[in-house]
Design a protein around this ligand. Structure first.
Ligand code: FPP
Length: 255
């Protein structure tokens, strides 16, 4: 290390590097104002913009948000098409800026079943930002944790059937490499807004050792202040990864 080497900011070195957010409460936010749910989702997009912008200030390198789940198809047709429309609008209005600011956009979830215009926009967002590395924004869209696990299991089964792998080759690292989050940083923190306390089929494998923080704020009211609270809560937790707390002379028993 030379004297010119910048030392990491200790507040940022504590993490979290990767935060996942279940953006819940758009409907209730709208209802409380006598507005249609649609307007709640619109306000939710603005909250997402504020949060993406603030995240690097906390040392966060990757944000994964739940935009649309495999179960959200059960919502009324008009609401589904509104959510699709909002993703389109978000990409159309923000893609150039995200690309300029060094954000890599990655969309997690099944591509089959997506309307053609949405699939095209997803491809464009990913290809236009593929070379960026300052920040990773992962948008889970037509995503379900169980569906992602099934897709990974199928891929491995195909490898075995083709004679390219044997069952005993499968371990945690190999399985993780078959998930849609492969190659991203390990998940440190899952935040859910609106007071609900469930994972709702989000990042089931990835959340194995993540800290969970539940906040009462409704998603459209989210922004830098609420994110600061979640990060402070995360930093107050002791992560043991199945081991024991590290004493002054112990190495952390991670596993
Ligand atoms: C939950 O609120 C939120 C969603 C189902 C979708 C989140 C989507 C956005 C913030 C906008 C579009 C996404 C992107 C990636 C641009 P809810 O409707 O379940 O609220 P409720 O529980 O109060 O009814």
């Amino acid at each position: 290390m030379t004297s010119a080497t910048r030392l990491p900011d200790p507040s940022q070195a504590q993490g979290p590097r990767h935060v996942a957010v279940i953006m819940d409460g758009n409907g209730r936010w709208a209802k409380a104002r006598g507005m249609p749910r649609t307007l709640g989702h619109r306000a939710g997009v603005n909250a997402l913009k504020r949060t993406v912008e603030a995240a690097p200030d906390f040392g966060i390198e990757c944000l994964t948000v739940f935009g649309f789940s495999t179960e959200n198809w059960r919502r009324p047709v008009a609401e589904v098409s509104d959510l699709m429309g909002l993703v389109k609008l978000y990409v159309q209005t923000d893609l150039d800026r995200l690309a300029r600011e060094g954000v890599r956009v990655r969309v997690l979830g099944r591509r089959t079943g997506l309307p053609a215009d949405i699939a095209e926009i997803v491809e464009r967002a990913e290809s236009k930002t593929a070379h960026n590395s300052r920040f990773l924004l992962q948008v889970a869209f037509n995503y379900g944790g169980q569906a992602d696990l099934i897709d990974a299991a199928r891929r491995f089964a195909e490898e075995v059937a083709a004679g390219r792998a044997a069952p005993q080759d499968l371990d945690e690292a190999r399985f993780g490499s078959l998930l849609s989050t492969a190659g991203g940083p390990p998940l440190d923190l899952v935040v859910r807004t609106s007071g609900e306390r469930r994972l709702s089929n989000f990042l089931l494998w990835e959340a194995a050792y993540a800290e969970l923080v539940f906040q009462d704020v409704l998603w459209p009211d989210y922004g830098p202040e609420a994110l600061a609270e979640a990060v402070a809560e995360y930093r107050s937790r002791e992560r043991r990864f199945g081991g024991v707390a590290a004493g002054p002379h112990d190495a952390l028993a991670a596993g």
